[in-house]
Design a protein around this ligand. Structure first.
Ligand SMILES: NC(=O)c1ccc[n+]([C@@H]2O[C@H](COP(=O)([O-])OP(=O)(O)OC[C@H]3O[C@@H](n4cnc5c(N)ncnc54)[C@H](O)[C@@H]3O)[C@@H](O)[C@H]2O)c1
Length: 246
């Protein structure tokens, strides 16, 4: 077991990368709070994980409902009495040419993919500071490193913000035993991935390792950053793209 009974709050845990990450943490000994906006997938994930014997609870939340965040984080803490690990995964994407991004679309992207991560992390950070330890993991993207065209510019810009958000919390958290790291997935075949144009291509023709990523490929990195295996790593990011970006 890489995680000794610590409590992990995972957003976006109803499906895709979030669900796989929640499962990876749970099977490695974490008590996991599954948070998502979608009550149906949340209930399905909870049922599935309880059947497997994992210790999980659920928290329905819209990460972009900013006034509710302090209350939701307090509710999360009350479920198991602590938050030792926060994994920010909930997010959306879009595919629009750069000329077609409206102010409304831009704001929605920034709210869900960037601003929510900042304010959830800020609230959890206070708990971790008090505890004297904590691990923060934030889902960024390959688009943060190389810009975005098929996933759109506002997405790429928000995800670039996530990389810097992670570094800011790493700098503020180091003296309190709080580490913060980010992950940059490439093309991962999840429900979101299947809506994007790259999913129609043959991965052998453009991904050096010849396949799309699986949600579990990303979950393995979440486990690494959430466990003591990465004890001397903070302010870092991992590029998990099968060689698509080097
Ligand atoms: N799939 C990829 O190729 C890929 C690549 C790079 C980065 N990412 C990032 O990884 C994360 C997960 O992606 P995925 O592919 O698993 O996506 P997904 O769409 O399959 O899952 C996203 C989850 O987030 C939840 N969610 C969305 N908006 C929410 C909100 N406002 N409040 C609470 N929950 C909300 C959804 O209900 C869903 O369960 C995202 O941040 C995404 O940007 C994905």
């Amino acid at each position: 077991m890489l995680i000794n009974h610590e409590v992990a709050l995972v957003t976006g845990a109803g499906r895709g990368i979030g669900k796989a990450s929640a499962e990876k943490l749970a099977e490695n000994g974490a008590r996991v709070i599954l948070a998502d906006i979608d009550e149906t997938t949340l209930a399905e994930a909870e049922r599935e994980f309880l059947e497997k014997g994992y210790e999980v609870k659920t928290l329905q939340m819209n990460v972009a409902d900013f006034p509710s965040i302090p209350g939701k984080v307090a509710e999360a803490k009350a479920l198991f009495g602590a938050i030792d690990i926060l994994v920010n995964i909930a997010g959306i994407t879009a595919s629009r040419p750069i000329e077609e991004i409206t102010e409304e679309g831009w704001d929605r992207m920034m709210d869900i993919d960037l601003k929510s991560m900042f304010f959830i992390t800020q609230n959890v950070f206070s708990i971790m500071k008090e505890q004297g330890h904590g691990k923060l993991v934030h889902m960024s993207s390959l688009a943060a490193l190389r810009g975005g065209r098929s996933s759109d510019a506002s997405y790429a810009i928000a995800k670039a913000g996530v990389l810097n958000l992670s570094k800011c919390f790493a700098l503020s958290g180091a003296q309190f035993g709080v580490r913060s790291n980010a992950i940059c997935p490439g093309n991962i075949l999840t429900p979101m991935g299947k809506t994007l144009s790259w999913s129609q291509k043959d991965p052998k023709t453009y991904i050096p390792l010849g396949r799309y990523g699986k949600a579990e490929d990303i979950a393995n990195a979440v486990l690494f950053y959430a466990s003591d295996m990465s004890d001397y790593i903070t302010g870092d990011y991992m590029n998990i793209s099968g060689g698509l970006y080097m």
